[in-house]
Design a protein around this ligand. Structure first.
Ligand code: ZN
Length: 485
């Protein structure tokens, strides 16, 4: 058995003006065939799982590209084509192969390619022909397109948000594809369009129960896999809305009916799964009231959704109010990091922070700061994986607010990105994290409470008003009942 593995992905915010070019992939993850010889990151972890699973069965692995970029705007055409063609050339050279397994995001758009995953899968199918098994693992913030379904035998989507189940889903996809290769299963996929745009947090009810029921349905009565593809609200494509994806064993009707039934459940929960958010002032009031640390998420500036991660709306308001005991990060500000490095640890200097990337970043803030700590090669955990932060700087401001700056754009995944700088989180009344939900697993144990802020930024959580052009179908919450007619 010969198994071909590769990774190519990013989550594209088609509204963002920040280009996704070669440097963004280099900063995030880029390996040419040897990712599994390095520690796993969130998007190379499936390759590690697939290599181990194949080799345990005395199979042969052919490993190709592993490239992933921190979300931003459209991927540069030549960069996408270059990566894609590298995978296709490696695949052509490896033929004949029995199974192709791809780790992708599912919401990648490049210049000239609205549906990169569909394009890649179609070209892979063109090389391997109809008999090889083609499987893909996708982030749950994906847009499931007809082209993806047509060209893959099995697509398995993360179930957890935060994404703590990347390895488990990789193993499940492997098992389904192996069974298909051996003739023990005949995966058939069906998709149900939920006609909803939103964010669903899986650690808490009522979504928790839905995820558990999806898992309980798998593996019996002919159902191989049940995925809820939440969709990525800021990828403006014809298939932006959330979808249920079911793989049944040889039974298209069963797959379709199961997808419809789970789709009905998420629809029925729509009022309960809506966003509970607070304003900046409400968040600052809660922090002041204590006890700390209150963790507040600046969801509109989450780099993981293609936001710049240098917005100052929250910081400016906290400064205006004279808030103290607040730690806020990560501000992507390589220029300010550079100045801190020049000045050195212990230095006090005047520093212009944030507000540099565009109108969604707000205005830069001028502060007098003391450099507490500079850490080159900083990193944080994300599930089982390690995510780089570049150089991280911990600052105290004269005003009584501490900031963390990074030279690499990243959201906040885990408290250890902060504690590795020598920061004692228990000493703060409030911790403001630029993240939507991935921070949750790590911060819940240290937080007195967790709140999500609705404020200005690149990706404000107001799904009814996103100015779509390519996504034309009616959806909730923009219309009351998009299923009518
Ligand atoms: Zn995601």
């Amino acid at each position: 058995m010969k198994v071909f593995i590769a990774c190519l992905g990013t989550e594209t915010n088609t509204f963002s003006s920040m280009p996704t070019g070669l440097q963004t992939f280099e900063d995030t993850m880029l390996f040419h065939g040897d990712a599994t010889r390095h520690p796993a990151s969130a998007f190379s972890l499936p390759l590690h799982v697939w290599r181990t699973a194949t080799e345990e069965r005395q199979g042969q692995v052919v490993e190709s590209l592993a490239a992933f970029a921190q979300p931003a705007g459209l991927t540069v055409r030549s960069v996408y084509e270059g990566f894609r063609d590298e995978i296709l050339e490696d695949l052509g050279a490896a033929m004949p192969v029995d199974i192709v397994l791809l780790s992708m995001h599912g919401a990648m758009t490049a210049e000239g390619y609205e549906d990169c995953e569909g394009d890649l899968l179609a070209r892979v199918r063109g090389i391997v022909g109809p008999d090889a098994i083609v499987g893909g693992e996708l982030d749950l913030h994906c847009s499931i397109t007809p082209k993806m379904i047509e060209n893959a035998d099995a697509l398995v989507v993360f179930k957890e948000y935060p994404h703590i189940d990347v390895g488990e889903r990789a193993a499940e996809l492997f098992d389904i594809c192996l069974a298909a290769h051996r003739g023990d299963a005949k995966p058939i996929m069906a998709v149900h369009d939920c006609r909803m745009v939103g964010m669903w947090r899986t650690p808490v009810e009522p979504v928790r129960g839905l995820v558990e029921d999806m898992q309980a349905t798998e593996g019996s009565d002919g159902i191989l896999s049940v995925s809820f593809a939440h969709g990525f609200p800021w990828q403006d494509v014809p298939e932006t809305s959330a979808r249920m994806l079911v793989i049944a064993d040889g039974d298209a009707g069963l797959a379709a009916e199961t997808a419809r039934a789970f789709g009905q459940r998420i629809w029925d929960l729509r009022e309960e799964t809506g966003q509970d958010t607070v304003t900046i002032d409400e968040a600052l009031d809660l922090i002041e009231a204590g006890p700390g640390p209150v963790v507040v998420a600046d969801v509109a500036d989450n780099a993981g959704g293609g936001a710049p991660s240098d917005s100052t709306f929250l910081l400016s308001r906290a400064l205006e109010r004279g808030a103290t005991g607040l730690l806020s990060g990560y501000y992507w500000d390589p220029v300010a990091v550079r100045f801190c490095e020049e000045a050195g640890e212990g230095a006090t200097l005047r520093l212009r922070v944030g507000g540099k990337c565009g109108p969604d970043s707000g205005d830069p803030v001028d502060l007098t700061v003391t450099v507490n700590r500079i850490l080159e090669g900083a990193s944080q955990s994300f599930g089982e994986a390690t995510m780089g932060m570049g150089t991280a700087v911990w600052l105290s401001t004269e005003a009584g607010i501490d900031l963390i700056l990074t030279s690499t754009r990243t959201q906040v995944f885990h408290p250890n990105g902060m504690t590795r700088l020598g920061i004692d989180l228990a000493g703060y009344k409030g911790i403001a994290v630029k993240s939507t939900q991935h921070f949750y697993a790590g911060f819940a144990p240290v937080a007195s409470r967790i709140e999500y802020i609705a404020c200005q930024g690149a990706i404000p959580p107001d799904f009814a008003t996103i100015p779509y052009e390519r996504f034309k179908a009616p959806y909730w919450p923009r219309v009351e009942n998009p299923h009518k007619d």
